[in-house]
Design a protein around this ligand. Structure first.
Ligand code: ADE
Length: 247
């Protein structure tokens, strides 16, 4: 089994890269694919860059060139649900592209992806359960170095994640998204694109996100602080516990 692991920022995966027993690094399309062993599995680790196109290129390359059997996306997200706090973990059970809308053409509904006949990409229930267990184990570990004083111990949520090519930092935009997608938990910029690529290739996938901000006016500062100081420990701590459950 070979696992593809993607993060959109170097800081989201650099702790995993430190622990990867690297066998080779392959440069392709402006990205560095790190191949090696991590948590008992053959892995290909890569930083995708931000956004849906960048994530799609990366996921497609992982599948076509490196022959991965699963893809795990790990990173941060902005909260949309009022129940979520910074430091909570969200595991997607379905993903939607919130900026995809060809409804004006009169054939498809808003969010519907042409030729696929769906608006949401669903995640395998067994994979979700394993990811949930791994995230709960990580968060309940009192000694983990990702628990700075400003974070209360986080909780794990399973639900809808929306992706779009926008960093959301305005309450009006959050309200618009809440109304359009009522069960939405959080927003990010890559997950639903990776989900579409995996869906079209028939590859199982997981999207695991830690809440870094509340997608409001303070989002840019909160996001940067979280990315600099915390995100890497969550990605590493969760995947280190999840991968042995998958193999
Ligand atoms: N990733 C983390 N925070 C985000 C936000 N507020 N908007 C989009 N993507 C994000």
């Amino acid at each position: 089994m070979k696992l593809g692991i993607i993060g959109a920022m170097p800081q989201e995966i650099d702790r995993i890269a430190e622990e990867l027993e690297t066998e080779s690094i392959v440069e392709a399309g402006g990205r560095s694919y790190h191949m090696g062993r991590f948590a008992g599995a053959d892995c290909v680790l890569v930083f995708s860059h931000w956004g849906k196109v960048a994530a799609s290129i990366t996921a497609t390359t992982l599948i076509e060139r490196f022959g991965v059997d699963y893809i795990i996306f790990t990173g941060v997200a902005g909260a949309v649900s009022q129940h979520l706090n910074v430091g909570d973990v969200v595991i997607a059970d379905r993903l939607i592209q919130h900026d995809f809308d060809v409804s004006a053409a009169g054939i498809l509904s808003k969010y519907e992806i042409p030729f696929l006949g769906i608006s949401y990409f669903s995640v395998d229930a067994t994979l979700i359960e394993l990811a949930k267990q791994a995230a709960e184990e990580f968060l309940s570990n009192k000694d983990h170095p990702a628990a700075p004083s400003f974070l209360k111990r986080g909780s794990v949520y399973v639900g809808t994640i929306a992706s779009g090519d926008q960093f959301i930092a305005h309450p009006d935009k959050i309200e618009e998204l809440r109304t359009a997608i009522p069960d939405l938990l959080c927003v990010e910029m890559e997950g639903a694109a990776v989900a579409q690529v995996c869906h079209e290739y028939g590859i199982p996938y997981l999207v695991i996100r830690t809440i870094s901000d509340k997608a409001d006016h303070s989002a840019p500062m909160d996001f940067l602080t979280f990315i600099r100081n915390v995100a890497r420990h969550y990605s590493y701590g969760i995947l280190q516990r999840l991968i042995p459950k998958l193999i």
